[in-house]
Ligand binder design. Structure first.
Ligand code: GDP
Ligand code: MG
Length: 174
């Protein structure tokens, strides 16, 4: 079975763990220990092929370390998450991107997805969808807006759509 390592980066509180949990366990966790950094495994099927996905849900915002560099080296794909309710978390992603470029061979096309989470918080939105789209254009990567939370609150059809979206974050990389 083909194995892929996906690394989730982003500032604290943007919903990295919630997105990971939704994907791996199909649940929304209102509270998730912000200090937990862990690897989750899930087998996924894409075009009738099975893949073993290893998802690294990173924690902590205090810059990069030798440890982080190791993550980056072993990652096949990266998910950069911000919250649409926080401009700072959007700005923070540039540093993650630069680090990925530095550690990886930049001449390679690194699978990358930019994710704006918490779209259910309509009244608190400060980062416009277009702003995310522009950055994704600049980086030449895919862009998605998600709500890890809404998935648990919507009717079946929409739920399925949302699941497809969340799943897409991961399967797109292949
Ligand atoms: P992490 O630090 O990036 O792993 O963030 P968490 O996944 O722990 O989420 C941080 C907080 O944001 C938690 O209180 C979650 O309940 C909340 N949260 C995560 N995703 C969403 C979302 O899509 N919508 C809303 N409203 N809250 C979310
Ligand atoms: Mg977390």
């Amino acid at each position: 079975m083909l194995e892929y390592n996906l690394v989730i980066f982003g500032s604290g509180g943007v919903g990295k763990s919630c997105l990971t949990m939704q994907f791996v366990r199909n649940v929304f966790m209102e509270k998730y220990d912000p200090t937990i950094e862990d690897v989750y495994r899930k087998t996924i099927e894409v075009d009738e092929k099975q893949y073993s996905l290893e998802i690294l849900d990173t924690a902590g915002t205090e810059g990069f370390s030798a440890m982080r560099d190791l993550y980056v080296k072993s990652g096949h794909g990266f998910c950069l998450v911000y919250s649409v309710t926080s401009q700072a978390t959007f700005n923070d992603l540039t540093e993650f991107k630069e680090r990925i470029n530095r550690v990886k061979d930049t001449s390679m096309n690194i699978p990358l997805i930019l994710v704006g989470n918490k779209t259910d918080l309509v009244d608190e939105r400060v980062v416009a969808k277009e702003t995310g789209q522009l950055l994704a254009q600049k980086w030449g990567c895919t862009f998605l807006e998600t709500s890890a939370k809404a998935r648990a609150n919507v009717n079946e059809v929409t739920e399925e759509d949302l699941f497809a979206t969340i799943k897409h974050i991961f399967v797109f990389l292949f």
